[in-house]
Design a protein around this ligand. Structure first.
Ligand code: FES
Ligand code: FES
Length: 860
């Protein structure tokens, strides 16, 4: 037992426990986030006697007589200052790291009221942020310092929230002050805890499961196995190949496969009961990589399949072989890119509540409430009314929260046991379970004429999609369709194969396959520029796709195409770096916005005038940190001529908000934005001669089908995607130290809805891919076990990042969503080849494998 102060009030911790658990579970202080429980992320930072401390480290018995401060305990003025400063700076995205950042900022500013930028960076070096790239958080800290020194808040700026304005995001206060609810912050009467017993072997036959001892343990509510599943056993985003629970007699596919689910009234009983579930296995040889998977006598990851091939793509247009044969310059190279972990700061969590109608309601953190609803309802064998889903705040996704991880397990427990339950992955489970970025191995050949004009490209791509299909097929497809780059030529042939293995699954990850193939084509183009005798900038300018031009996939691009503008904006910085003798690397990219290739791609939204006389925006589009709510408010302000204080953005749910597809493929700003614009048209007509209050109770529905042509359509110029974003990124090195001095991200986004948010996406995406290029690792051992912990993934920290210049290029012309094109993914795509080229310029070594070796960042 210990007595101490929390936020100035005396408290008694009867049981000795981690401070984090005491603050969250007993005092309900949700501003103290649990990102890892391992001392590695900083989301749980508090001040103890003024000293910045991770609350997951000390136990309460050690705290007698001490004073603990959480974000909830800041003074009213401090709260106002941090909310204002972080909003003005654009420092908040998913928000999960932010209360911890605020405490780190307070620790700094309390003893150094006028810090330098370097000091502010150093102050947050133990806080990981996966969204922002730290730039705007540091801006926010410096602005807060300025306001504290002035002693008064600046007058509110005259933001009008029109599309194109730099506006404060609407979700800043709840995220800065920690009262916004992520699923793990939900607490209800009688809440139980659920968790999965996972396979001990990556590939084994389950011979028996004995749950008796676990069930007999006091505090245990139930232990469920496959026979308790009332509906379809398998879930899966596209292909239903992921068993909710592995049954007796069945094969396991990887170490994350769930064999049994345990539910208990407290966490201690839960962990004890999991150890009592006895499983007998027949251990079988595992498949470790695509080479083993492709061997003629390879063990099959899925019994009954003919081979381990999960997906195969062959795209061809023109005559690539002939064009390459006729080329003046031909270069062939082999490239490899690694597994990458999303490392979002909020581990997967779902709270499931039994409904009176016999169904369940799920409070989730995922990339589509409607997808979760369909998956879980089918598993429960119920109709959609008996499986309701409501998004809470989402603490980052980046593609890693598209698949079922905890939702189906929470749903099953609540449905069968009729108790409210929280299923949350430990950080170690999160690192094992959710699908990763696919590792690719790629062979590319590029042919150019003597002036550097591309004649043709041939490539062969192989990916490891691990234990389940997840989005392995579409990721492979996008890697192939974008392998030709954003250039105007028409001879290309790409073959891609994704293999099942017994590794953790791979799926969607920011860039969706293009992060991999872009590294290859852009690196080859840099080498080709040298062969031709022109600069990397010049070879791109000569080949860049321009409005009205034809992409290698045959699509004629529209007036919004702004690749050339990004190159032009890069030129002065590029020339200046060369003039200064600095090694500089450059790369370009394009990325589709929307699902494309003929698949249904619907955006839907409902605008409802509710009893408060305000317009409420409902759409089944998840905001996963990118700021969709603010974007949609800006769309309504602009298209319906309303003030922001007349508008309420509602988080996605499945009973009012219409399905608007997954937050994936940089699609929501464009696709759901256009649906909102269409709903606004109806509203504007109804508002003629009336006020909003006159329309109480009325609904205005908008929908948009982004119609495209299927891959391989027999058309001269198929429309593969409704729009593409374009980018040029540059990396400048310090020649002496070899460290990155400056990154430039210059992005064409059509019309930037909120340029402040666009910059935040660019900075965050580039820092994420600095890690991909230089430091991040996700090693898997001979037992198909990922060995990394959160602290060893190689994520960059605030004091390690270079200066970053984010430039947003407006190139309106797209006739949808006020001309806006999504930017989420492309920000991470050309960074690695730009960095690789900068190192080549420094030491003359061509690097074709990520992470790059021979840099000062290399981890041995
Ligand atoms: S939860 Fe304490 S450092 Fe991550
Ligand atoms: S805003 Fe920092 S982790 Fe998302």
């Amino acid at each position: 037992m210990a007595e101490f102060l929390v936020n100035g009030k005396p408290v008694v911790a009867e049981k000795n426990q981690k401070l984090l658990r005491f603050l969250r579970d007993e005092l309900q202080l949700t501003g103290v986030k649990d990102g890892c429980s391992e001392g590695a992320c900083g989301t749980c930072h508090v001040l103890i006697d003024g000293k910045l401390t991770k609350a997951c480290v000390p136990s309460t018995d050690k705290l007698a007589g001490k004073s603990v401060l959480t974000v909830e305990g800041l003074s009213a003025f401090e709260k106002e200052v941090y909310v204002y400063a972080f909003a003005e700076a654009g420092a908040v995205q998913c928000g999960f790291c932010i209360p911890g950042m605020v405490l780190a900022a307070k620790a700094l500013l309390d003893c150094n009221p006028n810090p330098t930028r370097a000091e502010a960076r150093a102050a947050i070096r133990y806080n990981i942020c996966r969204c922002t790239g730290y730039v705007k958080i540091v801006d926010g800290i410096l602005l807060a310092a300025e306001i504290f020194r002035a002693g008064t808040l600046p007058a509110p700026s005259a933001d009008d929230y029109q599309v194109g304005s730099r506006v404060h995001r609407i979700d800043v206060a709840e995220k800065v002050l920690g009262y916004g609810k992520y699923p793990d912050d939900v607490s209800v009467e009688g809440l139980c805890y659920g968790s999965a017993v996972r396979s001990a072997y990556p590939r084994a036959r389950v011979l028996s499961i004995d749950t008796a001892a676990a069930e007999a343990l006091p505090g245990v509510v139930c232990v469920l196995t496959q026979k308790d599943i009332p509906g379809q056993v398998n879930v899966g985003h596209i292909k239903k190949d992921q068993p909710t629970l592995i049954g007796v007699g069945e094969l396991t596919h990887y170490l994350g496969d769930a064999i049994a689910l345990v539910c208990a009234r407290d966490r201690e009983s839960l962990e004890a009961a999991k150890k009592l579930v006895k499983v007998e296995y027949e251990v079988l040889p595992a498949v470790h990589n695509p080479a083993e998977a492709a061997a003629p006598d390879a063990p099959l990851v899925f019994e009954g399949n003919e081979s381990n091939v999960q997906s195969h793509k062959h795209l061809a247009r023109g005559d690539a072989a002939g064009a390459i044969a006729r080329s003046a310059h031909v270069i062939s190279r082999h490239f490899e890119t690694p597994w990458t972990e999303h490392a979002f700061l909020e581990p997967e969590c779902c709270v499931a509540l039994p409904l009176e109608n016999g169904g369940v309601r799920l409070l989730t953190s995922d990339q589509s409430a409607h997808t979760t609803q369909r998956e879980c309802a089918a598993m429960l064998g119920v109709d959609l009314e008996h499986c309701l889903v409501e998004n809470q705040l989402v603490g980052g996704g980046f593609g890693g929260k598209e698949d079922m991880s905890v939702q189906h397990h929470a749903a099953l427990i609540a449905y069968v046991a009729r108790v409210p339950v929280k299923v949350k992955l430990s950080r170690a489970e999160s690192i094992l379970v959710h699908p990763k970025r696919h590792p690719f191995s790629m062979d590319f050949t590029l042919g150019c004429d003597e002036t550097g004009i591309i004649q043709g490209v041939k490539a062969r791509l192989v990916s490891d999609t691990g234990a389940f299909a997840s989005l392995g097929g579409p990721v492979l497809e996008r890697a192939c369709t974008h392998a030709a780059g954003p250039y105007a030529y028409e001879n290309f042939e790409i073959e891609g194969t994704a293999y099942y293995t017994n590794n953790p699954p791979a799926g969607a990850f920011r860039g969706f396959g293009v992060t991999q193939s872009c590294f290859a084509i852009e690196s080859l183009l840099n080498e080709m520029a040298e062969r031709v005798g022109i600069s990397p900038w010049e070879i791109r300018m000569r080949n860049a796709i321009r409005p009205g031009g034809v992409l290698p996939n045959g699509q004629i691009v529209g007036p919004e195409t702004g690749l050339v503008e990004t190159l032009e904006r890069a030129k002065p910085y590029y020339d200046a770096a060369i003039a200064a003798g600095d090694p500089v690397g450059l790369a370009c990219a394009m990325k589709n916005a929307g699902v494309g290739v003929g698949l249904p791609d619907w955006g839907r939204a409902k605008l409802i005038i509710e009893d408060d006389g305000k317009l409420h925006i409902y759409s089944g589009a998840s905001c996963i940190g990118q700021g969709l709510g603010t974007v949609l408010v800006q769309m309504v302000v602009t298209n319906a001529c309303l003030r922001p204080d007349q508008i309420v953005y509602e988080r996605s749910n499945t009973w009012i908000a219409p399905d608007s597809g997954d937050t994936s493929g940089s699609r929501q700003t464009l696709i759901t934005g256009e649906a909102v614009r269409r709903a606004c048209k109806k509203l504007v007509a109804a508002l003629e001669g009336k006020t909003l209050a006159d329309l109480k109770g009325q609904e205005f529905y908008g929908e948009f089908l982004a119609k495209t042509d299927p891959l391989g359509a027999e058309l001269p110029n198929p429309v593969s995607h409704v729009a593409y974003g374009y980018a040029t990124q540059m990396c400048v090195l310090d020649r002496e130290s070899g460290k990155i001095k400056q990154l430039y991200g210059i992005h064409d986004v059509g019309k930037a809805v909120n340029p402040l948010s666009c910059e935040g996406q660019i900075e965050g995406g580039m820092v994420m891919s600095m890690g991909y290029a230089l430091t991040e690792r996700y090693p898997i051992d001979e037992n198909c076990k990922p060995t990394a912990k959160f602290g060893t993934l190689g994520l960059f920290r605030a004091d390690q990042i270079p200066e970053i210049t984010a430039i947003v290029v407006d190139k309106p012309g797209l006739p949808y969503a006020n001309g806006a094109i999504g930017i989420g993914e492309i920000t991470s795509i050309p960074t690695a080849p730009a960095i690789a080229e900068a190192y080549y310029q420094r030491d003359g070594l061509r690097r074709t494998i990520l992470p790059l070796t021979g840099t000062p960042y290399e981890r041995k």
